[in-house]
Design a protein around this ligand. Structure first.
Ligand code: GDP
Ligand code: MN
Length: 398
């Protein structure tokens, strides 16, 4: 789970790390009032779940309250394209106003997980700021943190020296790293990045930007963090699916996939690719998927206008094929009722059931006679992928 910059700074503040004064503006008038409060000079920052905003012109200075208000108006609702958003960009729905500070030097600092060494890795550079992506590898110092010791004074001093921090600043640096490490471990972060970490003209060391990603698999023990979730960022289908215990990830293709188990789902995507098909989504029904979850999964797939063909690949184990079939049958019945908003179109289904109650599942699907969803069956995953890829090609030519 990713969060916004202003939320990340709020968390840093809770752990005793000084951050610039700032407020999320709720209107242009509010932006002006906030600017007054911060002495007129402010930085107006568009909040999206992607970096590169500075270069894209969405981190801008305002010298007066009116400028702050007009930047607020300009940013809000704008579709912002940065080098991290992809060509489709991201809509700006929140605007943050911060006191403007005078920067003497910008540094880069991040904590992430080094899987190979099973440690938290600290990455730092004196080449911080908007051009950090262009900096050479040699411009970064990397320290693996021993989980029993945490960041040590000795290693942090060496790091501070290599960054060229003057002695007065080194103690501040060590104090900050200790607290960041505490944030990282207490909140189960997967990434905590500060770019820039700024040395100000008045000598202070402050995070001017902050990005935090949390490990989704640990969110169950951080209900307090769920309030930071911005469901408007990211695909709404993915959020909808998560409510039913489904793992759904939108992809670029046109074959809707419904599979149980992440491994089988990945293998299914590969099998399709081998036959020239591309999947519209990754979907793992999960271990004990209920009929309702299956019905939801099927609806999510058919609501995706790009989907030309549906591939159902289920290996019954804990999940029963007949329960999956019943969920699909319900979704199809629901889709064919007049009240349903979908326009009628032709979406062939290819189903492959194996394992627990495969025969019963197949019989249930065979009983469905729906013009919109003609169903074909395959015995193996390979055969199913071939049929689905062919059908998608045929549908594309229709
Ligand atoms: P990003 O481009 O999305 O990573 O956005 P940042 O928050 O890092 O802002 C980009 C650049 O704007 C930074 O590298 C800073 O140089 C500058 N900047 C951001 N916040 C402040 C601030 O409060 N004061 C000053 N003087 N500059 C800032
Ligand atoms: Mn930044």
């Amino acid at each position: 789970m990713n969060i916004h910059e202003y939320q990340a700074k709020e968390i840093l503040g809770r752990y005793g790390i000084a951050v610039p004064r700032g407020r999320l503006a709720v209107s242009a008038r509010d932006a002006a009032i906030t600017a007054d409060e911060f002495g007129g000079h402010v930085v107006v920052k568009a909040q999206i779940h992607a970096g590169g905003r500075g270069k894209a012109g969405c981190v801008r200075f305002a010298a007066t309250r009116d400028e702050a208000a007009s930047l607020y108006e300009e940013f809000l609702g704008m579709r912002l394209i940065t080098r991290q958003t992809g060509p489709e960009g991201a809509r700006v729905r929140r605007v943050y106003i911060e006191e403007a500070l005078s920067i003497a030097k910008e540094y880069y600092l991040s904590l992430s997980i080094d899987r190979k060494h099973a440690r938290i890795a600290l990455l730092a550079s004196a080449a911080g700021g908007g051009d950090v992506e262009e900096a050479s590898q040699g411009a970064f110092a990397r320290v693996l943190i021993d989980p029993c010791l945490g960041p040590t004074a000795h290693s942090m001093r060496a790091l501070a020296v290599s960054l060229g921090l003057e002695s007065a600043c080194r103690r501040m640096f060590f104090g900050m790293v200790q607290k960041l490490y505490e944030v990282f471990t207490s909140c189960d972060c997967s990434l905590l990045e500060i770019n820039p970490l700024a040395r100000l003209s008045d000598g202070r060391l402050l995070p001017l930007d902050c990005k935090i990603s949390f490990d989704d698999n640990a969110l169950f023990r951080h209900s307090e963090l769920l309030a930071y979730r911005d469901i408007e960022e990211g695909a709404p289908e993915e959020f909808e699916a998560s409510k039913y215990g489904l793992t759904y990830v939108k992809l670029d293709g046109d074959i809707g996939c419904m599979v149980n188990g992440a491994g089988l789902a990945m293998a299914t995507l590969d099998a399709l690719l081998l036959r020239g098909g591309t999947s519209a989504n990754f979907l793992d029904l999960g271990g004990g998927a209920s009929k309702e979850a299956v019905r939801k999964a099927f609806s999510l797939i058919i609501e995706d206008r790009r989907v030309k063909v549906i591939l159902i690949n289920v290996l019954g184990g804990i999940v029963r094929c007949d329960v999956v079939a019943a969920g699909v049958a319900e979704a199809i019945a629901e889709a064919s009722t007049a009240s349903y908003a979908l326009p009628k179109r032709h979406i062939p289904i290819v189903a492959r059931f194996a394992g627990n109650r495969a025969g019963e599942g197949r019989s249930l699907l065979e009983a469905i006679k729906d013009d919109v969803f003609p169903i074909r069956f395959a015995e193996t995953m390979d055969a199913a992928a071939t049929l689905a890829a062919e059908a998608a090609g045929a549908e594309g030519r229709r």
